[in-house]
Ligand binder design. Structure first.
Ligand code: CA
Length: 243
């Protein structure tokens, strides 16, 4: 997690993907003066790679970029499951262009030339939109680190291989860390079942998952709450000493 005090005190973290140098440097200066932490990319592929790392509150995306155009960039990002708000900033201002931008997964569209105050206001609105929080790429719990993009899991220095369903199960538990999830929730969210198959499918997979993430002697991370469900990272086990 790169979330520091300075980070929270700022307007937010913005990734500016723009190939015109003068525009980029002018924007960077204006955004910084307004409290934004700014990262820049001057080409589509670089922009996509940075955006895919996550941690940004909002993206500013030019439409016409070298290597990969802005529309394709946002389309690819959404396909990867990242929903960081994106504002297209572009000279292409027809209704058809705007519609294409929103269809590609953009959240807002501002046509050049624009007033900086308007851009800043729109970025603030996007970054603070309720329900649109940072989408963490890495979920961490104590020494356990789940990378949702690379689909890898590590506990301390150890790499752990998971089957797709085990990955999904652990991901759901970690997204709800510290909260009890019921068997019904797991059946619905992990297996997609709207009914209880009356088998021990949940218990079997949890037991296998426990065996994989927990070597002998390591702290137990998934706790069974009798009659209620399961919880990962109950206060007693968060950050437990052993890696
Ligand atoms: Ca351009």
């Amino acid at each position: 997690m790169t979330d520091t005090k300075a980070d929270r005190a700022s307007a937010g973290r913005v990734l500016l993907i723009e190939d015109e140098e003068a525009t980029a440097s002018g924007l960077r200066e204006g955004l910084s003066a307004n409290g934004w932490r700014v990262d820049c990319a001057a080409a589509g592929r670089e922009g996509l790679a940075l955006a895919a790392q996550g941690g940004f509150d909002v993206l500013i995306v030019d439409r016409m970029l070298p290597e990969l155009d802005g529309l394709s960039l946002v389309t690819e990002l959404r396909a990867k499951g990242l929903d960081t708000p994106a504002l297209f900033l572009t000279a292409l201002g027809s209704i058809a262009d705007r519609v294409a931008g929103l269809d590609a997964g953009g959240d807002d569209y501002l046509v050049k030339p624009f007033a900086f105050a308007e851009l800043n206001a729109r970025l603030n609105a996007l970054a603070r939109r309720p329900g649109r929080q940072r989408d963490p790429v890495t979920l961490s719990l104590g020494h356990l680190q789940l990378d949702r993009l690379a689909r890898t899991l590590r506990r301390g220095g150890r790499e752990i291989e998971l089957l797709p369903l085990e990955f999904k199960l652990l991901e759901f538990l970690m997204l709800n860390a510290g909260q009890v999830v019921t068997r019904k929730m797991l059946l619905e969210k992990v297996w997609g079942f709207q009914f209880d198959p009356q088998t021990n499918i949940v218990e079997t997979h949890l037991s296998r998952l426990r065996g994989k993430i927990q070597a002998p002697g390591e702290a137990s991370l998934i706790v069974t709450i009798r009659g209620a469900g399961y919880v990962i990272g109950a206060p007693a086990s968060i950050g437990a000493g052993q890696p």
